[in-house]
Structures are given as structure tokens and as C-alpha cells.
Design a protein around this ligand. Structure first.
Ligand SMILES: NC(=O)c1ccc[n+]([C@@H]2O[C@H](COP(=O)([O-])OP(=O)(O)OC[C@H]3O[C@@H](n4cnc5c(N)ncnc54)[C@H](OP(=O)(O)O)[C@@H]3O)[C@@H](O)[C@H]2O)c1
Length: 258
């Protein structure tokens, strides 16, 4: 199936490694030009070079998206370079695991800024560019723990991931008439070299074997390519009827009925 992404333009935030990098490769393999960002300039440029092997143009912008002006800089630089914006993948995010009673104002401010407000700033900056392009697709990378309880210690993570799903739904309603689709993708436990699950497997192989047996029905972690396949489809015009959805990519890990 030709996804119709050739010579379209996508921004993927946090594409120097992990899920964001996998998504960038998924889009590039379909012929989509890219603007990517991360804080670490060296890893970002290495990622850009690997992505160019797909034959697409890649703009690599070392930016910290928790800085208030970075989102506008990202979108403006993309429009200056490519003159259009078809896809925005809001991917960056982090976790701060501690009991709710021990969380501080600083914890909440930092994680709300990283996991939620940075995405909102990117999206607000992207909407006029997508309007000028004639439509677009926005995808928020959230988590199955935005749809169901992740467990003790995850109050901040759960709250921020639920907030993305909630806001994305409203954005989808507001932007549907303009040809801008907005969806959320909720990964389960995704393992890649150097990622958080990979580190946990190295540190506690037996514990993680038990975790997989108990929580992952398909008997293994997910891969970044499996997340990228879904995001690439949602980014494409082939997903023209899909907006306001939150789709799990978790091998059956989630226990939620909704
Ligand atoms: N891995 C999983 O199992 C899993 C499961 C469910 C949901 N998710 C979600 O999927 C997303 C990606 O996860 P991941 O595991 O691939 O994360 P990761 O390995 O930590 O990668 C995050 C990427 O974002 C960049 N980044 C981080 N902070 C940034 C900032 N302030 N400004 C700009 N770039 C920034 C990082 O590069 P720099 O550090 O150089 O900035 C890196 O490229 C996150 O939203 C996460 O919550 C992950």
C-alpha cells in the first residue's frame, strides 16, 4: 500500500533515539522529509545522517522543547526550509516515579512542562502552518498508562499521559473541519537498546522475565518499529477517517476496556 507520504513534511520531536527515532525512520522510508529535534546535538546529527539514507531531506535542530520559545523556532525553521508542514509527531516525554505524597511542586512543574505543555506549544505553533498547507495530521505519543492506572508511584506520569489523550480529543473536534486530524498513540512496554526497559532487563533479568510472563500477553516487549508502523499510518492520508482516536500498540498489555 502506498501511504501517500512521498514529499510530505513531518516534524518528529525527540527523534535522536528510541520511539521517536523509529517513527522518523518509518516516515522517511515512505519518502517523507523530516524536521527532527532533541537536546543532544551529536546524537541528533548522527540520527539525521542515518535518516538521509532513505533519500529524504532532514533538518536537525538541537532544541530543548521545555524552553518556551523552542516550539515556535522548530516550526518556523521547518516552514523556512520546506515551505509546508503535513505531520507533527509529539513524542518527547519522561517519568518521575515516586509516591504522590512525596511529589513536589517542582516535580509537577517539570513533568507537566516536559510531557504536556511542550506538546501543546508545538501543536499551537504547527496549526497555522498546517492550515497554510491545506491540512495535516497530529499524533501525540502518550501511553497505555494514560488510559488506565499504571500503579503506585506513577501519579505524575499517569496524569500527564491522560491529559494528552483528553486534549487531543478536543483538538480533533475543533480542527476536523479544516482537514487537520489529531490522534493519540498509546504504547505499552517498548524495548530498544539503551532505553528504560532495556536497562531494567540488564539490571534484573529474572525480575523482567517474570514481568514479561505476567504482563505481556505476546510474551515479549514491543519494538519501536511496531509503534512506528501505527504512527506512520496515522500520519498518512490513508488514515483520512481516523481522528480523535487513541489507539493502543501494546500486544494486549493494556487491561482497559476503553
Ligand atoms: N519506551 C516505552 O516503553 C514507552 C512506553 C509508553 C510510552 N512511551 C512514551 O514514548 C515517548 C518516547 O519514549 P522513549 O522511551 O523513546 O524515550 P527516550 O528514550 O527517553 O527518548 C526521548 C527522546 O526525546 C528527546 N528529548 C527528551 N527531552 C527533550 C527535550 N526537553 N527537548 C527536546 N528533546 C527531548 C531525547 O533526546 P535528548 O535527551 O538528547 O534531548 C530523545 O531523542 C515518551 O513520550 C514516552 O513517555 C514510551
Amino acid at each position: 500500500m502506498d501511504l501517500g507520504l512521498r514529499d510530505r513534511v513531518a516534524i518528529v520531536t525527540g527523534a535522536s533515539r528510541g520511539i521517536g527515532n523509529g517513527i522518523a525512520h518509518g516516515l522517511a522510508a515512505e519518502g517523507c522529509h523530516l524536521a527532527i529535534c532533541a537536546r543532544g546535538a551529536e546524537a541528533l546529527e548522527d540520527a539525521a545522517e542515518a535518516l538521509r539514507a532513505h533519500g529524504v531531506e532532514v533538518l536537525a535542530l538541537p532544541l530543548d522543547l521545555t524552553e518556551p520559545d523552542a516550539a515556535q523556532t522548530l516550526v518556523e525553521a521547518t516552514m523556512t526550509r520546506f515551505g509546508r508542514l503535513d505531520v507533527l509527531v509529539n513524542n518527547i516525554g519522561g517519568n518521575r516515579r515516586k509516591p504522590f505524597a512525596e511529589t513536589t511542586e517542582e516535580d509537577w512543574d517539570e513533568l507537566l512542562n516536559l510531557n504536556v505543555r511542550s506538546h501543546f506549544r508545538c501543536t499551537r505553533a504547527a496549526i497555522p502552518a498546517m492550515r497554510a498547507t491545506g491540512g495535516g495530521s497530529i499524533v501525540f505519543i502518550t501511553s497505555i498508562f494514560g488510559r488506565e492506572a499504571g500503579g503506585p508511584g506513577l501519579s505524575i506520569y499517569n496524569t500527564t499521559k491522560s491529559a494528552l489523550i483528553s486534549a487531543a480529543k478536543i483538538m480533533a473536534l475543533e480542527l476536523a473541519g479544516e482537514g487537520i486530524r489529531v490522534n493519540s498513540v498509546a504504547p505499552g512496554s517498548i524495548r530498544f537498546p539503551g532505553g528504560s526497559w532495556d536497562r531494567r532487563v540488564q539490571q534484573d533479568p529474572e525480575g523482567m522475565e517474570a514481568f514479561v510472563a505476567q504482563h505481556l500477553p505476546i510474551g515479549r516487549f514491543g519494538t519501536v518499529e511496531e509503534v512506528a508502523n501505527l504512527v506512520t499510518f496515522l500520519a498518512s492520508p490513508r488514515a483520512s477517517l481516523i481522528t480523535g482516536a487513541c489507539i493502543n500498540v501494546d500486544g494486549g498489555q493494556s487491561k482497559s476496556l476503553i
